[in-house]
Design a protein around this ligand. Structure first.
Ligand code: GLY
Ligand code: MN
Ligand code: MN
Length: 440
């Protein structure tokens, strides 16, 4: 992503923070896996959104109207030995030269320098309660300023959360962000197609996971947006199953929920298909119901409809279908009111999607479901989960878990499905799998 994009965001942030105030945001930290080994570093999404700076031990400061420069980056100093062991890092010079900071300072000098920057500011915006070190440091810095009040220095009077400002910005995706999301969606869809093609009874869930991650990496996307769920048979009834350890069996369905991350932007796709390549009658009936619910929900997506409309549409289709198939009995309206569908469809229709797979942004404004607007991206992912031990339904339905999930962009006139690259109708899935398996 180009620096101009980050600049634009910072400018927008400065306007919202306002002159006389200051905003702070820290980078992610490195976490130890064991002894000298760290977990792969993933930058904090808010920090990256504003800086494009992909190193730990950073703190970005925004001071609208500051004459010597509004954007200050505290970071690690360049260290030859560190560069030898760990590779390049920007250093103070790189922070201004390559990341367009107006000023840069060593992170080790934060305590001495930052309290000066806080002097005479009215309001401090920061991610309140997210990083206890920063929470604590702010108190120390403000206390320190107060000790100098006799010299006329004023300490900030208000601490405010930065998140509402920043997350509202992140909710609306720019063309540059959509380009990355399209790439993540495209590669993820291809990986799901591969998984369908390579699926065979006798293989293990982790081997399918490997096929998927292999495709992500071969395509240049090294990170998964979240741990892949590869769940054969009744494992699919565990919503966030990630053990991925069992052998695949003919006669079972396989649910895969997997998405790649492209330069910090996520895709999130679920498909469910038969291990054998052919749905049984019971599987096909439930699958078609989930698909109908998904299509009805997607149809709702356009500007100015409330967030909840898609969920409500899915609940109606699902409840009617469950009654028709005999999994629920009674009057549809009453069943919906009593939320009886929740026994089998216990999650909501989806979530915002962006840098975080469950992305930031309010779902309600003034306690009302907010309306969709162009450039928002969300998932639509209804599911049905009938546990093995569910005695209230006929045996043929038991042990089946199905979810179908696509990523949807709200456009000016309606919506665009970003994840259309992977089939989801029964006919298309069976045709794809028959081509590759020789239709056993
Ligand atoms: N992959 C997590 C979810 O679908 O929300
Ligand atoms: Mn999702
Ligand atoms: Mn998912």
């Amino acid at each position: 992503m180009k620096q101009t994009e980050f600049k634009k965001r910072r400018k927008q942030l400065m306007q919202r923070v306002g002159k006389g105030n200051i905003a702070l945001i820290g980078s992610a930290n490195v976490h130890t896996r064991n002894r000298d080994v760290d977990y792969p570093f993933r930058q904090d999404s808010d920090f990256y959104y504003l800086t494009g700076f992909n190193e730990p031990d950073g703190l970005a400061v925004f001071i609208p109207g500051r004459e010597q420069g509004e954007y200050i980056l505290f970071c690690r100093e360049f260290d030859k030995k560190k560069a030898l062991w760990e590779g390049a890092h920007a250093g103070l010079e790189g922070a201004t030269k390559h990341f367009a900071a107006d000023d840069s300072f060593p992170i080790d000098d934060l305590d001495e320098i930052l309290s000066g920057m806080l002097e005479n500011k009215t309001k401090v915006f920061y991610p309140m309660g997210r990083d206890s070190d920063l929470d604590h440091s702010l108190q120390v810095w403000i206390k320190h300023i107060r000790t100098q009040s006799r010299s006329g220095v004023v300490a900030p009077a208000e601490l405010a959360s930065l998140e509402p400002i920043l997350h509202e910005m992140r909710l609306f995706k720019s063309p540059a962000e959509l380009e990355l999301m399209r790439r993540a969606a495209e590669v993820s869809a291809e990986a799901h197609v591969k998984a369908m093609q390579l699926c065979r009874a006798g293989r293990y869930e982790y081997q399918v996971e490997a096929d998927i991650v292999h495709h992500f990496m071969q395509s240049g996307l090294r990170a998964v947006a979240y741990p892949s769920i590869v769940a054969g048979g009744s494992n699919a009834c565990t919503l966030h199953y990630t053990y991925n350890k069992d052998q695949l069996k003919n006669g079972d369905l396989l649910l895969i929920d997997a998405g790649a991350e492209c330069d910090h932007y996520a895709a999130d796709i679920t498909r469910t298909f038969p291990v054998s390549g052919k749905f049984s009658e019971a599987q096909a009936q439930l699958y078609q119901l989930v698909l109908d619910a998904q299509l009805a929900a997607i149809e709702q997506i356009k500007p100015d409809i409330p967030w909840n409309a898609a969920h409500d549409a899915s609940v109606e289709v699902m409840t009617k279908g469950l009654v028709k198939l005999g999994l629920l009995t009674g009057n549809v309206k009453k069943l919906i009111k009593a939320e009886k569908y929740k026994q089998f469809y216990m999650h909501r229709i989806g979530h915002w999607l962006g840098m975080d797979v469950h992305d930031v942004g309010d779902y309600k404004l003034n306690q009302e479901w907010r309306n969709l607007q162009p450039d928002m991206v969300l998932t639509i992912e209804p599911g049905l989960y009938i546990p093995e031990n569910c005695k209230t339904v006929e045996a043929r339905w038991r042990g089946i878990g199905i979810r179908i999930e696509d990523d949807i962009l709200v456009t000016k006139t309606g919506h665009e499905i970003l994840t259309n690259g992977v089939p989801k109708t029964i006919a298309d899935i069976e045709a794809l799998m028959a081509r590759e398996t020789g239709d056993e």
